[in-house]
Design a protein around this ligand. Structure first.
Ligand code: ZN
Length: 114
């Protein structure tokens, strides 16, 4: 568990610089598709998933249900929270997974963790 990227590691300034403002009071977290490992950025204040690390305007609302993974095409299960203290580890994103994804820019890895 401890190797997952913590929410507080997310660089909000960089997300905003890239056009990631949502509706205010943004609360970002990372999660992944448990089927294929595709990494996503979640804005949990209004339940919005950012689909594309290179085009932050590509978003999908998830307050009314889940969405289909852009990588494997399967619906991301909502049988457990994707983020937060009760999140299932199936959705957790490790530093290695983050760095292997195009979302690597979203959270600089602390040197002590490298
Ligand atoms: Zn997937």
């Amino acid at each position: 568990m401890s190797n997952f990227v913590p929410e507080e590691a997310i660089d909000y300034d960089e997300v905003y610089r890239r056009g990631g403002h949502n509706l205010g009071d943004e609360d970002f977290a990372l999660f992944k598709c448990p089927n294929c490992g595709q990494v996503y950025l979640l804005e949990s204040e209004v339940d919005t998933v950012y689909l594309d690390p290179n085009e932050l305007s590509r978003r999908v609302p998830v307050y009314d249900g889940s969405f289909h993974c852009v990588s494997c095409g399967r619906e991301v299960p909502q049988d457990a929270p994707w983020e937060g203290p009760n999140a299932s580890p199936r959705f957790g994103v490790t530093w290695a997974e983050l760095q292997a994804s195009e979302w690597a820019w979203v959270a600089p890895r602390p040197a002590a963790d490298a």
